[in-house]
Design a protein around this ligand. Structure first.
Ligand SMILES: Nc1nc2c(ncn2[C@@H]2O[C@H](COP(=O)(O)OP(=O)(O)OP(=O)(O)O)[C@@H](O)[C@H]2O)c(=O)[nH]1
Ligand SMILES: [Mg+2]
Length: 442
């Protein structure tokens, strides 16, 4: 969903990084561009102003003007401010110890994605080894309970309905049930309304008072843009939410909601919903999203995703390789196969360093992967390790073996070399090194 922002910021950072000298005028210009990029992305005006003021102030400081690499310094400042805007650190759910039941209340407007994301979160927590119970406390329409029951079955998590026919008593009964059977987490799905109104707020408040939840998660629809922020404010004033799930992050919207929510409400985004499937929930990492926006790619997210589907050992080995300077075609072949195993190349391509939103389709479409695989397989092991020996006659042979023409082989080799250079650049970034070191330890 951040494509537009990415495109604007890619332009801004590109102009900056190459500069060996940064003047006040450069700063002014960049700041102007950042401002329009943010506003165009539907970021709240106040938030945008605060962002550019903080960025400009720091950029005008000695550090940038006197730095050996002033352009990069400047980009680093933008990155830091962006991370801050998104909430600094990843914010975990405040769950209690294993022997106490934690309660999570789901709130939000109609159709925001409460029910779907309740099931997604149930699955996420279950995968961490917790015992989860879902409660269907949306009694505004009969189909709502059924929907949760179907989803519950899909993720293998029981759904409590009980005898009560009003949401408050039902939610209370669910807490009793969860305690009695020693569930670690109870997730309560509630009814939504078309818009924020007194009835909705009174009901939500009553449920909240009755069960005293550890987390009050507002499911905010990213497609609402600015409105999502207004909705968030109303809910927060009524029940003091503890955080957000930003749903429909996969949609084609401008990203303003993601960038404004924390700043306006002071409450963190904890997860993003990235699709309709029950697996489509991701932890919200401010650093990674900021890197994505600024076009640094997101290798760590990619690797994490890989770990879920691919054998962990295999993924870790690949992770080490990815960053070593002798990353070869042999490794790339392995990577292609891993990506294929993970499915949806398009989605994963977004996480690769230096791949702009526009390139995604052509860079990693499945058909291309098949061709690339064929090209690599037509090379000898020696060639895969050292592309320098691939002279024209060898390239001809490889092309023939792969059933493509030589131009395509040349293009592929070019692409691969570029990718290696991009990876090296990413590796020079300090924030990335720290993040990577952390994830490699884990
Ligand atoms: N693309 C996409 N669709 C989503 C996401 N989350 C939810 N949806 C879809 O949004 C629609 C509404 O989701 P629900 O979970 O039923 O929303 P709700 O808030 O429970 O709605 P009510 O119970 O009517 O208030 C469904 O079609 C979901 O599949 C997401 O992260 N991405
Ligand atoms: Mg629902």
């Amino acid at each position: 969903m951040l494509e537009r922002l990415q495109d604007s910021f890619a332009k801004i950072t590109k102009t900056l990084v190459g500069k060996s000298k940064i003047t006040d005028k450069n700063i002014e210009e960049a700041i102007e561009e950042i401002k329009s990029a943010l506003l165009e992305a539907d970021v709240n005006l106040r938030v945008a102003r605060r962002f550019i003021n903080a960025t400009a102030e720091e950029a005008r400081g000695e550090k940038v003007l006197k730095a050996i690499d002033p352009g990069q310094q400047f980009v680093k400042i933008i990155y830091d401010k962006m991370v801050h805007l998104l909430g600094d650190e990843r914010s975990e759910l405040a769950l209690r110890g294993p022997d106490v039941t934690s309660t999570i209340l789901f709130l939000g407007l109609q159709g925001s994605g409460k029910t779907t994301n309740a099931a997604k979160l149930a699955l996420h927590l279950k995968n961490q080894g917790r015992r989860v119970l879902l409660c269907a406390a949306d009694l505004s329409r009969p189909a709502a309970v059924k929907q949760l029951e179907i989803l519950g079955e899909q993720v293998g998590v029981p759904v409590f309905t009980g005898e009560h026919q009003d949401p408050i008593s039902r939610a209370k009964a669910a807490v009793q049930e969860a305690k009695k059977h020693q569930y670690n987490v109870l997730i309560i799905d509630t009814a939504g309304r078309m818009q924020v109104d007194t009835d909705l707020m009174t009901e939500i408040k009553a449920i909240s008072d009755a069960v005293n939840p550890d987390e009050k998660i507002l499911v905010a629809d990213a497609m609402l843009g600015q409105n999502a922020v207004d909705v968030a404010k109303s809910f927060d004033e009524a029940v003091e939410i503890t955080g957000f799930i930003l749903s429909k992050f996969d949609s084609d919207t401008r990203g303003g909601a993601a960038l404004s929510l924390k700043s306006i409400t002071g409450k963190p985004i904890k997860f993003i919903g990235t699709g309709e499937k029950v697996e489509a929930l991701e932890i919200f990492h401010p650093e990674r999203i900021a890197s994505r926006i600024l076009g640094m790619g997101d290798i760590v997210s990619l690797v994490e995703k890989a770990q879920e589907t691919v054998d962990e050992e295999e993924a870790r080995r690949m992770q080490q390789k990815l960053f070593s300077s002798d990353f070869s075609l042999e490794d790339y072949l392995e990577q292609i196969r891993m990506v294929k195993k993970m499915g949806k190349a398009g989605e994963l391509a977004k996480l690769l360093p230096g791949v702009s939103a526009k390139d995604i389709e052509e860079k990693l479409d499945e058909k291309q992967m098949v061709r690339e695989e064929a090209i690599i397989l037509s090379m000898t092991k020696k060639e895969r390790k050292n592309l320098l020996i691939l002279n024209p006659s060898r390239r001809k042979r490889v092309a023939k073996g792969a059933g493509v023409n030589v131009v395509e082989v040349n293009r592929f080799i070019n692409r691969f070399e570029k990718m290696k250079i991009q990876m090296k650049k990413v590796m020079k970034n300090k924030a990335y090194q720290a993040q990577l070191a952390k994830s490699l330890k884990g």
